[in-house]
Design a protein around this ligand. Structure first.
Ligand code: HSE
Length: 459
């Protein structure tokens, strides 16, 4: 016989030698949901021994009983009414795996309002409504866990929340979208063009039929926003994050970057620009952006290939650290959900939700710096008429804007009437660079819109 705990926090202690039981309810029984059910079945004993808690399924809300799922879920657990799961007084922990930002929000808020800890993998939901959801969690005295929302199986949320609790996170660089990394890796290693690799990624099921969420950087924006919020203690709004996707990256850019010693990656970047002095965490100014970036080949992130994700974190105490793994897929995501189940179950067992809460707003006055105010190095690819004086006109526009050129490549090969001209640009303010580029783009000798990517030095 096992003891059931109520919906509150560990109201009753188990007698010695009797393992406490925690009851789970899940909404979403598709790919990820069935992955979680399967993973817990596989490693239940291991988890229960580690936690000293019996983990018991009470219900799983599904869209349809017979929807295709990679692993079976017992019919006896299923319902098509999510409220039955959330409101069931036996359910101690609610796991939300339905996705989207409307009904999922209602589900999460309903569960929190009942004082039940909630686990979600829903990055879009957190990105859009994180501030409100964490405020609700605080109000109702329940935690909201989200390890699976960022980088699948990589325990980056746990690392930032617990492992680095004694650090200021000065820099974080993430390859957080597997689809983009797969496309860029294949373009680099096979000389393939963007459109061909994208079609292949769709055939293999990596990219969605509408791939814009991945390749236009929105998925990465959701994840980087969550990491920035956690690392810096205030909720970073998606609209404050500068985003560029990878549609602009051509085979020519990959080749020129390689010639210069770089690999092009879609990076999510979080940097402390200033503030957040020694005695306070408030008032910091941070840069948060997602864009294609030239990464020096000697840097470890240049070697992260295919669908793998990696997050490079620099703390002021720990120094440089690296997290690598599968950022998506049913099993990697299930691993993250199991970790949250463990935390939520321990919170119930020990009657405390304040070990290190999932998100604590604490940075008054901190803010995201507008991209125009940031400084970076740049790679510039122009398509110009091959005529004396062209380089002089371009360099005079840059010179007048106080922007310095580090190096220039002009290959001899022509592309019709024009030739590519590649310039590597010293550190310059984004606003000045944008203005100069607009001027350059208007020159008659420039035959296509200039292509500009940022170069990261990891200093
Ligand atoms: N589509 C995402 C990726 C996985 O390609 O990394 C889910 O976040």
């Amino acid at each position: 016989m096992f003891m059931l705990v109520g919906c509150g926090l560990g109201r009753q202690a188990s007698p010695p030698n009797m393992m406490q039981q925690v009851n789970l309810g899940m909404i979403g029984g598709g790919t990820v949901g069935s992955g979680v059910y399967h993973a817990l079945s596989k490693n239940r004993q291991l988890m229960e021994s580690r936690l000293g808690i019996r983990l018991n399924w009470v219900g799983v809300a599904v869209k349809e009983f017979d929807e295709p799922r990679p692993y079976p879920i017992p019919r006896s657990l299923m319902t098509t009414d999510w409220t039955q799961v959330v409101k069931d007084p036996r359910v101690n922990i609610v796991i939300e795996l339905v996705g989207g930002t409307t009904i999922a929000k209602t589900m999460v808020l309903t569960a929190l309002s009942l004082g039940k800890p909630v686990i979600t993998a829903n990055k879009a939901l957190l990105s859009a409504h994180g501030e409100e959801l964490f405020a609700a969690a605080q109000k109702y005295g329940a935690n909201l866990y989200y390890e699976a929302s960022v980088c699948g199986g990589i325990p980056i949320i746990k690392a930032l929340r617990e492992g680095f609790v004694g650090n200021r996170i000065t820099h974080l660089y993430g390859i957080v979208n597997g689809t983009c990394n797969y496309i860029l890796s294949r373009m680099q290693h096979e000389g393939a063009e963007f459109d061909d690799v994208l079609r292949e990624a769709q055939r293999q099921g990596y990219a969605e039929a509408d791939p814009s969420l991945d390749i236009d950087g929105h998925d990465a924006r959701h994840k980087i926003g969550i990491l920035a919020s956690l690392a810096h203690g205030f909720w970073v709004r998606p609209e404050d994050i500068h985003v560029e996707g990878i549609r602009q990256v051509t085979q020519a850019d990959i080749r020129f970057a390689a010639q210069l010693g770089y690999t092009i990656k879609l990076l999510g970047i979080i940097k402390t620009v200033s503030g957040g002095g020694k005695s306070a965490v408030s008032g910091a100014r941070i840069q948060v952006a997602v864009h294609p970036t030239l990464v020096p080949n000697r840097h470890v992130l240049a070697s992260v290939n295919d669908v793998f994700n990696a997050v490079f974190v620099r703390g002021d105490v720990v120094g440089d650290t690296l997290f690598y793994g599968r950022g998506a897929g049913k099993d990697a995501t299930a691993s993250a959900v199991l970790s949250d189940i463990a935390d939520a179950a321990l919170e119930i067992k020990h009657g405390t939700r304040n070990r290190i809460p999932p998100f604590v707003p604490h940075a008054n006055g901190s803010k995201v710096v507008p991209m125009d105010q940031t400084i970076s190095r740049y790679y510039l690819r122009l398509s110009v008429v091959d005529r004396p004086g062209v380089l002089a006109r371009i360099s005079s526009i840059l010179g007048e804007a106080n922007i310095g050129i580090m190096s220039v490549i002009q290959p001899e090969a022509h592309e019709g009437e024009s030739v590519p001209l590649i310039l590597m640009i010293h550190d310059a303010p984004n606003a000045a660079m944008k203005k100069a580029l607009a001027q350059i783009g208007r020159l008659k000798v420039v035959k296509a819109p200039p292509v500009m990517f940022r170069v990261e030095t990891f200093d």
